[in-house]
Design a protein around this ligand. Sequence first.
Ligand code: PAF
Length: 293
Amino acid sequence: MKVLRTKAELRDALSEPHRSRTRVGLVPTMGAFHEGHLSLMRAARDDCELVVVSLFVNPTQFAPGEELASYPRDEARDLALAEGEGVDVVWAPGPEEVYPEGFATAVEVDDALTGVLCGDPAHRGPSHFRGVTTVVAKLFNVVRPDVAYFGQKDAQQAVVIRLMAADLDFEVEVEVVPTVRDADGLAMSSRNAYLDDGERERALALSRGLRAAQREAEGGATSATALLAAVERELRTAGVEPEYLEARDAEDLTPVSELSGRPVLLAVAAQVGRARLIDNVVVATNPDPGGTA
Ligand code: PAF
């Protein structure tokens, strides 16, 4: 496995594979690997001839006061895990390689997508997604992957990146890989490391609530309110106050009230101890709840 630091080294390593039309998969990460990241690497390994993992804690997607300095970092462990998954190249640049002196450009997707849920100014704000789309656009330009892999846990990020890639004519397939959960249901996240035992127990209310909502949908619920109430019950029982809990169209993130057949994203974010957690499910809804068609 090659570990490269500069754009020049990376472009050099990829020039022959690109010339010979090798299928290149990119897994963008901020490190602190867990099973969720490894599942993205496995998907890339199954599907591509050459797998590139980027490892860069992107400062521009953290709001002032967010945990950039304390974000978990363990490059030696990450490299060993990537190597174990058969990754070919890890690109781990320093901040000055990605954002050299004088860097003054941003890639921004409309706030209908980036100003809601996590991007709502009351939560992380749209600058978070500006940071994500800027760095991912740079990764797409430097790596020029055929496929790029993102996790469903960051459902909004995946929707935003898919639109950015289409709008800017990046010739890349955006592949979204299902959320990996611990045996108790907690969605894997680098931030789970911040939870003590009691907080972890409370954090389980997020996945438990989403599962309850999924059962409501399968049972024929006709309104988003019924699904959200099922999540709320679990959160309340565990004493978890959601930062947001919303039902939105899974493809364009418009708010949903009636369940009309399109897939619905139920998304929740909550602070539990030091950890800001997010989780979601996409529920299939019945196009004909009354059974009249
Ligand atoms: O999902 C992440 O880890 C980050 O947002 C990403 C896509 C690597 C961009 O920094």
